[in-house]
Write a protein that binds this ligand. Structure first.
Ligand code: GRG
Length: 326
């Protein structure tokens, strides 16, 4: 049986991810029916559950042990942080949809979306605390890293001088930190030796960088249907990600400079996407993603092979296939 996470497919992991899903749903049941509905909204809507899958893969089958309840709850804690960040992100972006359903802010308004996001983060913290002081501290620090990354991004909205280092620093916080923590929690809960904990954390960081690079590329090259949200949204909203930064710096960047620097709508977004694609920046970004994926694979050297570890290795390699044209 395969896992339901298409980007991390480990033989035999599906029942564990079902346990994660059940525990996720249970974790947000409250006496208040509306809060339960708000907090459950994106859990029910779906999602790839990639971060819990990383927890399980990084921790699984150590010394042939069955997957522990603690590993499942580790997966729940990182997914709750991810979901909480999506609730807040959708408020900031005024997003109308997420996972092909109304966003929480679109259906219930910003105030409730922020509170429900806070509630998810509080539940994540409570669960992390039940797994021990190290994991509680780690999760708290990771939430801070997400906020730092997001602030770095917001500081440079519509800034056509944003450079690759500034993009890298933002992505390390807003995306890679939670992947690193997912792998680290899996490794810690499974009681792996420290060198393996560090190696799996390094894997998560590099994987997260590759993941966001691919996400940024898809915003330029994928369709609305493929994304489940409007494509080109980063360009429209002034979030100049790696493909755009590289396109702006290319010989063909002049025209793009005249288009960007302000909010875009409809045909302007399509025109900007075309300019980025024509510049060759997409191929260059795919190479950057490939570099991070290779770094992730290299980090796993020295971690004993297991189905989970092989799943992680395959996930890093497979990620690039989603954007590789040749
Ligand atoms: C309160 C924790 C917290 C954060 C506040 C809003 C914010 C600061 C940070 C934004 C973090 C963010 C949304 C980063 C983008 C990460 C990302 C690539 C999300 C998409 O991940 P997928 O594709 O989503 O794995 P699903 O939902 O399919 O699991």
């Amino acid at each position: 049986m395969s896992s339901r996470s298409p980007l991390l497919d480990v033989e035999g992991m599906a029942p564990t991810l079902e346990r994660v899903d059940e525990a996720l749903r249970r974790s947000v049941v409250t006496d208040d029916q509306q809060l339960t509905e708000l907090a459950s909204h994106l859990i029910v809507a779906g999602g790839k559950r990639l971060r819990p899958a990383m927890v399980v893969a990084a921790g699984d089958l150590v010394a042939g042990k069955a997957v522990s309840g603690d590993l499942v709850m580790g997966g729940v804690s990182v997914e709750l942080v991810h979901l909480g960040s999506l609730y807040h992100d959708d408020v900031m972006d005024e997003a109308a949809t997420r996972h092909h359903v109304d966003s929480v802010n679109a259906r219930w308004g910003n105030l409730r979306a922020i509170l429900a996001g806070d509630y998810l983060l509080a539940k994540a913290s409570e669960i992390a605390a039940s797994l021990g002081t190290e994991i509680a501290g780690l999760l708290a620090a990771t939430i801070a890293r997400l906020c730092e990354g997001q602030v770095r991004e917001l500081q440079l909205l519509f800034d056509t001088t944003r450079d690759v280092d500034q993009w890298t620093a933002a992505v390390a916080g807003k995306t890679a930190a939670l992947y690193a923590t997912s792998c680290r929690i899996g490794a810690l809960v499974a009681g792996r030796p420290r060198e393996e904990v560090e190696a799996l954390t390094a894997f998560g960081t590099a994987y997260g960088m590759a993941f966001q690079t691919v996400d940024d590329i898809l915003d330029v090259v994928a369709t609305d249907e493929q994304l489940g949200k409007p494509s080109g949204k980063d360009l429209a909203d002034g979030v100049y990600t790696l493909p755009t930064i590289l396109a702006l710096g290319s010989v063909e960047g002049g025209e793009l400079h005249t288009v960007l620097g302000r909010p875009l709508e409809g045909p302007e977004v399509e025109a900007a996407k075309l300019l980025v694609k024509r510049s060759g920046a997409v191929d260059q970004s795919v190479e950057v993603a490939r570099g991070y994926a290779e770094e992730a694979v290299t980090a796993l050297q020295g971690v004993p092979s297991s189905p989970g570890v092989e799943g992680l290795r395959a996930a890093a390699i497979g990620l690039i296939a989603t954007v590789d044209q040749g």
